[in-house]
Design a protein around this ligand. Structure first.
Ligand code: IPE
Ligand code: IPE
Ligand code: MG
Length: 242
């Protein structure tokens, strides 16, 4: 989709995936505990849902908690989970107001029962909305997602439902948590780190990457526009020649 943004005609990526990094450093700079940064980061997520949608983005996927983030202190992890509880409740209200469909990807079996309940409620209530498709990656790891998907496929082979020869890329994609979501066009990572940290490793195969030093709690619509401008400067070749 093309859109006029600040007087410039830009091609808007259909799906933007974000690694929201730098909350801890943002808090540290202010001599505050890490969870203060997570709280500020959560506010920015809310704003970003509105900004991205207003710019014409149809899918927004954010990395909120990785399968590796359990390695952090009990205090930080429980702080994040509490923040999440409040966030999910607010999100039900906001999604209804903004016509936003919310999904959660990742292994939810490791989450507390009340959180899982809120996630299910949020997904059910918002399934009918056709505004922004907002996806939260929670206890998400790309390798873990593939592991679970491979187990599903193996079960189908073992039961005789499919034969190994019929396993194609489409079946693998359909066995992942993102089965209903197109692959991202643009991936943004904040805070000056240049790695994927186990994010959407299958889905990002042909995605354009944008890295910025901005810490996530400082990320604004201007930074998003900058990323979209960068995306417009790229030539996506998908292995072919142009
Ligand atoms: C990202 O910010 C949020 C989560 C991983 C939950 P960090 O907490 O990783 O912030 P830094 O990287 O330590 O600054
Ligand atoms: C990636 O950030 C995970 C999230 C943003 C939720 P991390 O801060 O956990 O990644 P590393 O440890 O720097 O690779
Ligand atoms: Mg980090």
């Amino acid at each position: 989709m093309e859109k006029l943004i600040d007087g410039e005609k830009l091609n808007i990526p259909q799906h933007v995936a974000i690694i929201m990094d730098g909350n801890g450093r943002w808090a540290k700079k202010r001599l505050m505990p890490r969870n203060f940064g997570h709280k500020a980061g959560a506010k920015v997520v809310e704003q970003m849902c509105e900004d991205a949608y207003n710019l014409g983005v149809k899918y927004l996927t954010v990395y909120a908690f990785s399968t590796e983030n359990w390695k952090r202190s009990v205090e930080e992890v429980s702080g994040i989970m509490n923040l999440l509880r409040h966030y999910l409740i607010d999100c039900i209200e906001r999604a209804s107001k903004n016509n936003m469909r919310v999904r959660v990807i990742g292994d939810r079996t490791a989450l507390d029962a009340d959180i899982v309940e809120k996630i299910e409620e949020l997904e059910t209530i918002t399934a009918k909305y056709d505004g922004l498709n907002f996806t939260i990656a929670l206890n998400y790891g790309g390798r873990d997602e593939l592991r679970r998907g491979v187990q599903d496929i193996a079960r189908k082979v073992a039961s005789g439902e499919i034969s190994p020869e019929t396993i194609d890329e489409a079946l693998i994609s359909a066995s992942l948590d993102t089965r209903d979501i197109p692959d991202p066009d643009l991936m943004i990572r904040t805070s000056g780190e240049y790695r994927l940290s186990n994010y959407l490793i299958w889905q990002l195969a042909y995605t354009e990457f944008y890295f910025t030093d901005v810490l996530w709690p400082d990320f604004t619509v201007e930074d998003l526009k900058e990323a979209i401008r960068y995306y417009n400067g790229r030539e996506r070749r998908y292995g072919g020649v142009k």
